[in-house]
Design a protein around this ligand. Structure first.
Ligand SMILES: Nc1ncnc2c1ncn2[C@@H]1O[C@H](COP(=O)(O)OP(=O)(O)O)[C@@H](O)[C@H]1O
Ligand SMILES: [Mg+2]
Length: 252
């Protein structure tokens, strides 16, 4: 039996300033951030990514990821293939100290004839080995699924079974209506930055189960506060938060 207090799925947004709710990185999770260009999506995901204490991979499609100075680039081999699993995973030996977490970045080439396959193979690096805990940041989620019907195998597996693969994921995109509904449906956290199109707002409201008209009003109230204000939905507790712009990160 759950000990949680009863859920009120349409409670007004709670004001929480710029302190994000704590995220337990030992539990696989999915976060997605939505909003128009330059609204703050990548800044949100970068904050989660940089604070992630375990192995992680940023898949950078437009050079915007900035995954940190310690990020090591992953390259395709002579046959043009990426590793099929997270590279150099040490076998787990009971009691042995954990090797330091690796921060990898794959800079995809949108001009490559194998671009879509490359991206999906990169997603596979976060899935395998299956018992290996990793976070993958898929910036510009639309690149990974030009339409919902074309969601590729590793991405589909990530979306549907991330917990069974110890995989966590960060997504960002400008237009939720153009992306497989599973991304929203499977998100433990949904960050909503300035999102002007009513269809996009409605899509999010319906997928998170919040009354669309009320969600629209919460969007208006939040975005009127100023640039980079956002709403944050926490699926587990069915709580909507109103968040002030995130403060700059120390290393920026
Ligand atoms: N909380 C914030 N406070 C100040 N500037 C911000 C904040 N969030 C984003 N910015 C700035 O806005 C610009 C766009 O942010 P970014 O996260 O890259 O947007 P998006 O990914 O939505 O296109 C960047 O120059 C970034 O530094
Ligand atoms: Mg961005």
């Amino acid at each position: 039996m759950s000990e949680r207090t009863p859920i009120v799925a349409d409670a007004p947004a709670q004001e929480i300033g710029d302190e994000l709710p704590a995220i337990d990185p030992t539990k696989p999770m999915i976060a997605s951030a939505w909003g128009r260009k330059r609204s703050g999506k990548s800044t949100f995901n970068r904050r989660l990514y940089r604070s992630w204490p375990f192995d992680k991979l940023a898949i950078d499609v437009n050079g915007d990821a900035d995954p940190g100075a310690d990020a090591i680039a992953v390259h395709q081999d002579a046959l043009g293939l990426l590793p099929s699993r997270f590279p150099d995973v040490a076998p787990s030996v009971p009691g042995a100290p954990r090797p330091g977490a690796r921060n990898l970045v794959y800079r995809a080439d949108p001009g490559s004839p194998t671009y879509e396959d490359d991206l999906d193979r990169a997603v596979g690096m976060a899935l395998y080995p299956q018992d290996h805990r990793a976070l993958v940041w898929c910036g510009e989620v639309g690149e990974f699924m030009p339409s919902a019907g074309r969601t590729r195998p590793h991405m589909r597996r990530l979306l549907m079974q991330n917990r069974h693969y110890q995989a966590s994921a960060l997504f960002d995109g400008p237009r939720p209506v153009h992306v497989n509904k599973l991304v929203l449906g499977q998100s433990d956290f949904v960050a909503v930055f300035d999102l002007p199109d009513p269809d996009d707002r409605e899509r999010i409201a319906k997928e998170i189960g919040y009354p669309p008209r009320r969600f629209f009003e919460e969007c208006e109230t939040t975005f009127r506060r100023g640039e980079h204000w956002f709403l944050l939905w926490h699926a587990e507790t069915h709580t909507l938060y109103r968040c002030a712009p995130l403060p700059p990160m120390a290393e920026d």
